[in-house]
Ligand binder design. Structure first.
Ligand code: ATP
Length: 238
């Protein structure tokens, strides 16, 4: 049997006296997409940051493709194959679109494959190709989100972590981001998607966790969860 892309066991995050994530465990199947939904402050961002080692955490096990990463420093995670699209995009506004993308490949040797990857990102998001010589600060919010995803893809990750890629976007742009995630999924990329937008998450993922107050309140297939009465009321507003 193939090992899951990512296995996380017993993950806990404290900020001083505040416990933001309490003993959370999950797995992202190889080539699959796992979603984590939850309200503001539920602990979604802390979970992603804890996987990367960006916040102090304790963890029972953290494995990527079966390899222990629990002691790997945050700055080395990209070399181990984890790409990260942070909440709020954080593109370099004063650099061109192309330079932002090439910075995403900083951990690799720049070679013909870097150009190939750039072409793949432009195929996924044609508007980035059209605007490659413009400053990133001149892009719309949706285009900046595409740039943040494209930049993470430039490192050729085996697993992509995405933190609220739909935040602040119009419904049309959310659809475009969803289409891109579905295409990446169809290409076999393993993904962990953290979102407040439950509708998008159920469409983009195979399985989901619902986190509340730092713990896993529910988990199951996205198909099942989207029909759950409580999920419909609390997270879909139906
Ligand atoms: P959002 O949708 O707002 O990003 P979230 O589900 O991602 O919410 P987290 O940002 O992980 O939630 O926050 C979980 C809890 O930890 C919240 O109570 C938050 O106030 C707290 N918290 C987050 N970051 C810190 C920090 N650096 N210091 C202290 N408390 C923090």
């Amino acid at each position: 049997m193939t090992a899951p892309a990512l296995e996380v066991e017993d993950l806990t995050v404290h900020y001083g006296g505040v416990c933001a994530v309490r003993s959370v465990s999950f797995a992202v199947p190889a080539g699959g997409c796992l979603g984590i939904i939850g309200a503001n402050g539920a602990g979604k961002t802390s979970t992603l940051k804890a996987v990367l080692g960006l916040v102090p955490r304790t963890v029972g096990a953290l494995r990527l493709d079966g390899k222990d990463l629990s002691r790997v420093k945050a700055r080395d995670m990209v070399r181990h194959g984890i790409g990260y699209v942070p909440e709020g995009r954080h593109v370099f506004a004063g650099l061109t679109v192309e330079k932002n993308l090439l910075l995403g490949a900083y951990a690799q040797k720049w070679n013909a494959q870097t150009r190939e990857k750039l072409a793949e990102v432009f195929a996924l998001f044609p508007v980035l190709g059209e605007m490659q010589h413009r400053l990133a600060g001149a892009l719309s919010g949706g285009q900046q989100q595409m740039l943040a995803i494209g930049r993470a893809l430039m490192s050729r990750p085996r697993l992509l972590l995405l933190d609220e890629p739909s935040m602040g976007l119009s419904p049309k742009l959310v659809e475009e981001i969803l289409a891109a995630l579905q295409r990446l999924s169809a290409d076999g990329l393993s993904m962990l998607l953290v979102e407040q937008n439950a509708k998008l998450t159920f469409e983009a993922t195979d399985r989901c966790l619902v986190v509340e107050n730092g713990t896993v309140a529910m988990s199951g297939s996205s198909q099942e969860l989207r029909h759950d009465v409580r999920v419909r009321r609390v997270y879909l507003g139906l």
